[in-house]
Design a protein around this ligand. Structure first.
Ligand SMILES: C[S@@+](CC[C@H](N)C(=O)[O-])C[C@H]1O[C@@H](n2cnc3c(N)ncnc32)[C@H](O)[C@@H]1O
Length: 395
């Protein structure tokens, strides 16, 4: 990113360098975790499309080193403060009453046991302690055995199936193609990456597992939502505060993996190719309760109301899910409004705002410059020709 670009002023870009993250994307994952508690009870993770590795860094620091960020860190600080206050009073009250103080919950961060993290990207990922990195294409079938072998060294592709023997708790995918600027094409390529990530997730996730993937919000988000609802109890579309509001980027957060009875992931018939997924979506939608017929059809005239009904289903986690149902003849498709959640503390930096830098601000170099960027050759050629197309050469 050029030094004169808008990113120079982006608060999260600067903050990432200050805090040692390889990319500002780290904040997106931290804010998603803050909203959905992604890392609770998680020890085995697959990070797809992971280069340069800021999400893997987050995983390494939270799971391997046991560090806390965001809400967890705030709760930790709060607990420590309360403990200090109790300590102050304890010396006067508790100890004098009972002779000993009550045991307090541990507030020190502790690394988790048996953590396994596998990160994959087309680009090389500079090593991260404790993380297995693979250079592979997630859309290629040959990547599945590679991943299964990385997760379980005993895995033998000749004898074993395409399911992980030791499945994982969480699959992440921050995959993005090089955008062309042609909106429909970019959304299509992004959706292919999403299907590839979903196919891999279906091979390695354990029941109850979680899947998070980047999407570009297009007009078919409702279809995607209905498709993912086949496999997961809860599906949300989330927009972290560090993701620019001006960008169509969002994240699909799928919780509680519940594969349909008898379903097994198959690379011979991957989802997103052929009709397997659309058949499953039709079946799943047909099983939905019909709730809005009486609202839509006038019982006297028999005429159908033009407005489809909105059915709000309050959930016990405080999130209201809205289903849009249209039962007019010829409008059999059930269209969905995916629950949309904005994540991140409102008092945190706004990624679309510019902030005045302190007078003593020093611009830092990137934490991990790209090892083999696709534009490497172009940079070398530019240098050979004396700078930006020769304009900066001295003669
Ligand atoms: C936005 S970056 C990911 C940033 C990363 N999550 C982080 O925190 O550093 C998108 C990545 O998707 C990768 N990618 C795109 N298509 C891919 C594919 N077919 N297989 C593997 N990786 C792919 C790109 O190489 C790029 O590194």
């Amino acid at each position: 990113m050029g030094k004169s670009s808008k990113d120079k002023r982006d608060a999260y870009y600067r903050l990432a360098k200050e805090q040692g993250w390889r990319a500002r994307s780290a904040f997106k994952l931290l804010q998603l975790d803050e909203e959905f508690d992604l890392f609770s009870n998680v020890t085995r993770v697959v990070d797809l499309c992971a280069a340069p590795g800021s999400w893997s860094q987050v995983l390494s620091r939270v799971l391997i080193k046991g560090e806390k960020f965001g809400r967890a860190a705030w709760q930790d600080r709060d607990a420590r403060f309360r403990q200090q206050m109790l300590g102050l009073f304890g010396s006067q009250h508790t100890a004098s009453k009972s002779g000993h103080s009550e045991p307090q919950p541990s507030i020190t961060s502790s690394p988790r046991q048996d953590v396994k993290i596998v990160s994959i990207d087309l680009q090389p990922i500079s090593p991260l302690p404790g993380i297995v990195t693979l250079r592979a294409d997630i859309t290629h079938p040959a990547t599945v055995p590679l991943l299964l072998k990385a997760l379980d060294p005993e895995y033998d592709s000749k004898t074993n199936t395409q399911q992980a023997a030791h499945p994982v708790d969480l699959v992440l995918s921050d995959g993005a193609p090089d955008v062309t600027g042609l909106h429909d094409l970019d959304i299509y390529v992004q959706s292919q990456l999403l299907f590839a990530a979903l196919n891999l997730a279906l091979c390695v996730l354990k029941p109850g597992g979680k899947f998070v993937a980047k999407i570009f919000r297009g007009k078919n988000v409702d279809v995607l939502y209905a498709q993912l609802k086949i496999f997961f109890e809860k599906v949300h579309v989330a927009k972290p505060r560090s993701s620019r509001a001006s960008s169509v980027e969002a994240f699909i957060v799928c919780l509680n993996f519940q594969p349909p009875k008898g379903f097994s992931a198959s690379l011979e018939e991957p989802l997103g190719v052929g009709f397997r997924l659309s058949r499953m979506t039709e079946q799943s939608c047909a099983a939905l309760p019909i709730t809005a017929n009486t609202i839509l059809q006038n019982p006297e005239t028999g005429a159908w109301n033009n407005t489809p009904a909105l059915v709000a289903i309050p959930d016990n986690d405080g999130i209201t899910e809205i289903q849009l149902e249209d039962h007019r003849p010829g409008h059999g498709d059930v269209r969905w409004i995916a629950p949309f959640i904005a994540c991140g503390d409102l008092s945190a930096f706004d990624s679309d705002a510019s902030y005045r830098l302190p007078p003593d601000h020093v611009s830092l170099d990137p934490v991990q410059p790209p090892t083999a960027p696709p534009y490497k050759r172009a940079l070398e050629m530019r240098k050979a020709f004396g700078g930006a197309y020769g304009k900066t050469s001295k003669d």
